[in-house]
Ligand binder design. Structure first.
Ligand code: AHG
Ligand code: MN
Ligand code: MN
Length: 311
């Protein structure tokens, strides 16, 4: 007797079932699910762009929107009608926009496409999402209730946390996000480091810190894509990613709201830490949507070591 669908699905925990079993509240479950589905559409856009790069005309014949804007358009239009989102903030928009009726429960922040400059190299890129209950700028406090990121690599994977651990899913051939590992926990100490920025631009304290990691035999792993670089620290269960303060830009390059706080939320759920060198990333006030911050994020030993060198 051929393998029936029941046999096939009996050991499969898909994203919706996992969130239900984890006790994630219903509207948040449905919002996370809808965002995960958008990942499939964004992935299709990436492939389409690659076809374009391969000289094949864009299938719609229109001007190829920059991929960042196309990803943002897809995400925003899906969230507009989700019934769960009242405000949307995106790296591709000047400011927070009101969407829906205004009575919806959540506010979503997005880096719709992180690492778009890597598309033509066929390296992995990603989408970063933060889900908040209160308006971000008004409170200044962090009211994130969930965060997720999608990695568009050889496989499409998604890591989400709704405050009950960090869990990895893989998009299978049937288009289901299937649980790959749950409650990811970082070791106290890792063996890789991912140092952004140019060495000649580093401030002296940061240079000394990196030289110590090199002396201690940490292996350098840096792709230039924040999502895969962070994902590597998480899946290897340890290590450190940093994009530091630079002499000419003391706030570094990465955006607190769209990139750093969602990743800090997930990394802390996995037993990691995330700091700007002094304060926790999640405790920093988001003064404006494009505020940047230096970042040291990963397993506790390396993050604490960074703080010692920087203070
Ligand atoms: P984005 O594509 O969303 O603008 O982000 C790019 C960021 C991030 O992905 C990565 O960590 C960083 O740029 C790399 O910067 P460098 O090229 O200076 O290393
Ligand atoms: Mn980015
Ligand atoms: Mn981006």
């Amino acid at each position: 007797m051929g393998e029936g669908i029941n046999d096939y699905t009996k050991n499969m925990v898909d994203l919706r079932r996992h969130m239900w079993m984890a006790g994630v509240e219903e509207e948040l479950r449905r919002l996370i699910w809808q965002i995960a589905v958008v990942g499939k559409y964004i992935s299709a856009k990436i492939h389409e762009a690659n076809r374009k790069l391969a000289g094949i005309k864009n299938i719609y014949g229109d001007d190829q929107l920059s991929l960042d804007c196309a990803a943002d358009d897809i995400l925003r239009s899906q969230l507009q009608f989700s019934g769960f989102v009242r405000e949307y903030a995106s790296e591709e928009l000047e400011d927070i926009v009101k969407i829906g009726s205004g009575k919806e429960k959540y506010i979503v922040t997005a880096d719709p496409l992180d690492g778009s400059s890597l598309v033509e190299t066929n390296l992995a890129i990603g989408t970063i999402i933060g889900i908040h209950k209160e308006s971000i700028l008004d409170t200044g406090r962090n009211t994130m209730v969930a965060a997720l990121y999608i990695t568009y690599g050889p496989l499409i994977t998604m890591i989400y946390s709704a405050g009950k651990g960090a869990h990895e899913f893989v998009l299978n051939r049937e288009g289901e996000y299937v649980l790959a590992q749950e409650n990811i926990k970082l070791k106290e100490k890792g063996s890789i480091f991912s140092p952004g920025g140019l060495r000649r631009d580093w401030i002296p304290a940061h240079l000394k810190f990196i030289e110590q990691l090199e002396k201690d035999g940490y292996k350098l792993r840096y792709s230039g894509g924040f999502v895969p670089d962070i994902n590597q620290v998480l899946i290897k269960k340890g290590g450190l990613f940093t994009y530091p303060a630079l002499q000419k830009s003391p706030q570094g390059k990465l955006r607190l709201l769209f990139e750093l706080q969602p990743m800090a939320f997930i990394m802390e759920q996995a037993g990691g830490l995330a700091t700007d060198g002094k304060e926790d990333i999640l405790s920093l006030k988001v003064e404006n949507v494009n505020k940047c911050s230096p970042v040291y994020i990963g397993s506790p030993t390396e993050v604490r070591m960074a703080k010692q060198f920087l203070n």
